[in-house]
Structures are given as C-alpha cells and as structure tokens.
Design a protein around this ligand. Structure first.
Ligand SMILES: [Zn+2]
Length: 254
C-alpha cells in the first residue's frame, strides 16, 4: 500500500476514535438514584419501551407465565412492597413482576425499564424474604440502568474497534479489550444490585441476612449445565457474600 493512503487511513481511524471518546464524554450522566456516573445513550422512555417490547418474548422463552394466579399474586405483592418502600417509587420506571412457568431453569432477570422475571424453578426454592432479596436485586439492575449502560459501552467499543481497524488493523485487539470491559461491568452490576437489594430488603422490613441464604441456594443449584443469571457473569460467590455482609452492616445502622 502507498504511504499516502496509509496516512489517510490513520487520520480517518483517529477521527473515528476521537468521535467515540467525545460521544462517550457527552453521554456521561449521574444516576440520580445511585449517584454513580454512567455512560448512557438512551432515555428512560426508550428503556421502558425496550423492556415492554421484549417482555412477551422473554416469557415465551421460559414456557410462558406460571398459570397459578395465587403464586403470581405473591410475587406481585412482594415486588410492589419493595417498590413502595424504596427509592424505586420515585423513578419513572413501570415495574411489572412476572412469574414464569419454567420449572427447570433457576433464573431471575430484569429488562430495562422495569420488567422483572423469576422462574418457578427459583421461586419454588425461596421463602418470602428470599423472594424479596431476588426481586430487590432485579429492581437494582433496573434502577442502576445496567442494560442501558452495557448497550452504550458496547457501542463505544464497536466504534473504537472500527476506528482502530481503519487506522491500523488493530480492530481485533481493541474488540478483545471491549469484551473484557463488558464482563467487568457485568460483575460490578451484580455487586451494585446485591447492595441495592439489601437496602430495599431493609427498607421493606425484611431480614437482609436472607440475601446470603439466596446466594447459598444459587450456589447449590448451579451445576455444570445451569448458569443462573446471578452467576452468569462469574462474580466469585464468596466475594459476593462478603460484599452483601458489608452492605448489611452499612445499611442496618441507619
Ligand atoms: Zn443480577
């Protein structure tokens, strides 16, 4: 390749990289509910719309909703109590708690904007305070805007990878860094949600020590073929329990 075209490629590559960084800076905002500064490129309305749009498909993937209305009513009652008693009630999100029919996959997860799911397989192993712990953790993902943050981060790394590949065929390398960053964020997401879950449990009158029991239940349930949402990003369970104990100390004294 001629020297001149290399120079142009590098310039274009640098321009794309600069664009990615500038956009990232302009996307920085402080989360009013957690106080954490995040890189976000969508509105809360968009988050809610994405969640509502994806909810039916999510339910379908887990065999639809659990047919027994009484069980669903319990999930609703505990979920609403958590929202009512915490900062969640001040957020614009629309919280819906869905009990899924799936009785084999131990799982719970949240879509952006407030759509929260728990499988019957997990639900059936929990007492009410533990259910509150799981739902509180999922509300933490919503309030922490973790999905929106991951989407913004992955856009950033994609743009960066594009710039690097145009400039100097380094796309693969940068893409690799991006992957690691996403995984690291995932682990931090879990820890932040655990802490928020503990806080919401206390505010709703539940014993936060039950969150430790939830971790033990998940640990026992996770076999080689079962990766519950709580462990999908591989935070060390013992480290998680340590952090939960710290959160209990931090918030119980209030
Ligand atoms: Zn989680």
């Amino acid at each position: 390749m001629r020297r001149g075209s290399w120079r142009v490629r590098i310039l274009i590559g640098l321009a794309i990289v600069a664009f990615a960084f500038i956009r990232r800076c302009s996307n920085q905002e402080e989360n009013p509910y957690t106080g954490r500064t995040q890189n976000i490129n969508m509105t809360t309305e968009q988050e809610i719309a994405i969640g509502l749009q994806s909810a039916p498909e999510m339910a379908q993937q887990h065999g639809g909703l659990y047919p027994d209305e009484r069980m669903q009513a319990l999930v609703d009652a505990v979920g609403k109590k958590l929202v009512r008693s915490s900062v969640a009630r001040e957020t614009p999100y629309q919280y819906d708690f869905h009990l899924l029919a799936d009785d084999r996959t131990i799982n719970a997860f949240a879509l952006p904007g407030g759509q929260i799911f728990i499988t019957y397989a997990l639900f059936s192993q929990l007492n009410e305070p533990q259910l509150a712990g799981v739902l509180g953790h999922e509300i933490g993902h919503v309030i922490g805007r973790h999905s929106a943050e991951r989407i913004a981060e992955s856009n950033f790394w994609q743009t960066l990878a594009t710039g690097a590949s145009v400039g100097g065929d380094m796309g693969q390398l940068v893409a690799g860094i991006g992957q690691n960053t996403l995984l690291t964020n995932g682990r931090d997401d879990e820890l932040e949600s655990d802490e928020l879950g503990v806080l919401f449990m206390i505010q709703s009158g539940y014993d936060p020590n039950e969150m430790i029991e939830v971790m033990e239940i998940l640990k026992a349930a996770a076999g080689p073929n079962r990766v519950p949402e709580f462990q999908s990003t591989h935070p060390d369970p013992e480290n998680r329990i340590e952090k939960i104990k710290e959160a209990i100390q931090k918030y119980s004294g209030r």
